[in-house]
Ligand binder design. Structure first.
Ligand SMILES: *Cc1c(COP(=O)(O)O)cnc(C)c1O
Length: 456
């Protein structure tokens, strides 16, 4: 290295650490995170990709853009309401506030009146029971899969779960509910065929080895044509006759039937039809945090609550807070997006299209999250060139559009109206970058997060 070597002018680490902007970032970021940013900028100068006198501003820019979590907030422009790859349900303001309030010490297991230990999660449990009067009791666990594991372990360890062959569901990312259940030591007693199962199939299978009868809502697919399934109400007498619990996994967590998605079963319907226990997720159509909800007869709920495995699938205080906030607060975003007013959606889409100079096309949104697979949610989209999608995802704010049929489609259904202007600015920016013929840094611009990705 000669004395004129420009690399000698790269600012030293201690010099950068003493910069007021870097010191200020220390209130948000750990020292090791800050040092990593500094090292990266110095390395960039060493290989000549930035000038030595640009290192300081690069460090400050990077620190400003770095947060404590690598999770990037995104605007969901796919039209898929419960987008699995985007964290399923966005929380309501009251649920988000409840999480912030519960972040420190909270009375999650203390009665402040007596100062003694109390039951965990009483508030969330009560909110569930108030929202679903058909249930005698409720238990909240980590997620829907956890609820299913707990129930099959408690009722069917080394015994049989009687289940229709048409209800063997793979819920996404290769996970099969049947594998989940057998992993607990339960034996599956499949009855019927893929397309047709009759009451006599169940009655021939239920015996003294039966641990429970399980119905699973085939939430992410439709079987049509020559089909038949046995409704919950018709299984009730069989469960009574053999004194085994009748459990229904409804999946999506609708508390009450929703006319917009008529084929999606609700927790209330399943309980009224005679289910002893109903299992559902908290972060699908209920619109809350990830959680497994178990509602139904007190005797059975309490058996699950007392089972040793319950401790392994319990949820944390933040989840309990968010669930209660979801149930007692204003309509969660998922409901609002599902029922978005078509006239208002159209108006907003036309305004966006005019702002960015692109056409409006008809576009169907989806429920997603494995729910109501074939139900379209009619609406509109702004149609952009497919190549813009990647720049949008990597922009600020990050925008995830639907990439379909050679186009990048912007559906406003799941965008809060207050974000319309930010979205328009992000699109204009991405379109301009494309228009300027800026060479793309990565080889494959067509790697896409397609809408279909997020459905299950
Ligand atoms: C989504 C789903 C599950 C799994 O619930 P998680 O909360 O994702 O663990 C189980 N059963 C059905 C029918 C589902 O739709």
């Amino acid at each position: 290295m000669t004395s004129e070597d420009p690399r000698r002018r790269i600012p030293r680490t201690d010099h950068l650490l003493a910069h007021p902007g870097v010191i200020e970032a220390g209130q948000r970021l750990s020292e090791s995170a800050i040092r990593a940013v500094i090292r990266e900028a110095q390395d960039a100068a060493r290989v000549g990709s930035v000038a030595p006198d640009e290192v300081e501003s690069l460090v400050l820019d990077r620190l400003a853009a770095t947060s404590g979590s690598s999770l990037t907030p995104v605007l969901n422009a796919t039209g898929i309401v419960v987008h699995t790859n985007l964290g399923r349900a966005p929380l309501s303001t009251s649920a988000a506030q409840a999480i912030a309030d519960a972040a420190g010490y909270v009375d999650v297991e203390m009665d402040l009146g007596t100062g003694r230990r109390s039951k965990r999660g009483v508030g969330a449990r009560q909110a569930l029971l108030d929202a679903c009067p058909a249930a005698e009791d409720a238990l909240v666990v980590n997620n829907g899969a956890g609820a299913l594991v707990l129930a099959t372990t408690a009722f069917a360890f080394r015994r049989e779960v009687v289940i229709s062959r048409g209800e063997f569901v793979e819920i996404g990312a290769g996970f099969r509910l049947s594998d989940l259940m057998t992993s607990t030591g339960a034996h599956l007693r499949e009855v019927g065929t893929t397309n047709r199962t009759h009451l006599r199939d169940y009655s021939e299978a239920v015996c003294d080895r039966t641990g429970c009868i399980l119905k699973v809502h085939p939430s992410n697919f439709n079987v049509s044509g020559f089909t038949s399934a046995v409704p919950v109400a018709e299984l009730r007498p069989l469960a009574d006759e053999h004194d085994v619990p009748l459990i229904v996994d409804v999946g999506s967590g609708l508390l009450h039937a929703d006319p917009a998605i008529p084929d999606e079963p609700s927790i209330t319907q399943a309980l009224e039809a005679g289910a002893d226990l109903v299992i559902a997720s908290g972060d699908k159509l209920l619109g809350g945090p990830q959680a497994g909800l178990i509602l139904g007869r007190s005797e059975y709920v309490q058996r699950l609550a007392r089972h040793p495995l319950a401790r392994a699938v319990r949820c944390d205080k933040l989840t309990l807070a968010a669930l209660e906030g979801t149930l007692t607060g204003p309509e969660p975003p998922v409901k609002a997006y599902l029922h978005a007013d078509p006239a208002r959606l159209k108006e907003r889409t036309e305004r966006l299209a005019a702002a960015v100079g692109a056409p409006v096309v008809a576009h169907d949104g989806r429920v997603g999250g494995g729910g109501a697979p074939e139900v379209p949610l009619p609406g509109w989209a702004v149609r952009l060139p497919e190549t813009v999608a990647r720049d949008l995802r990597l922009g600020s704010p990050a925008v995830v559009a639907r990439v379909h049929d050679g186009a990048c489609l912007i559906d406003l259904r799941c965008i809060p109206e207050a974000d319309d202007e930010r979205l328009a600015a992000a699109i204009s920016h991405a379109v301009q970058r494309r228009g300027s013929g800026r060479p793309s840094g990565l080889a494959d611009d067509r790697i896409q997060v397609s809408a279909e990705e997020g459905l299950t």
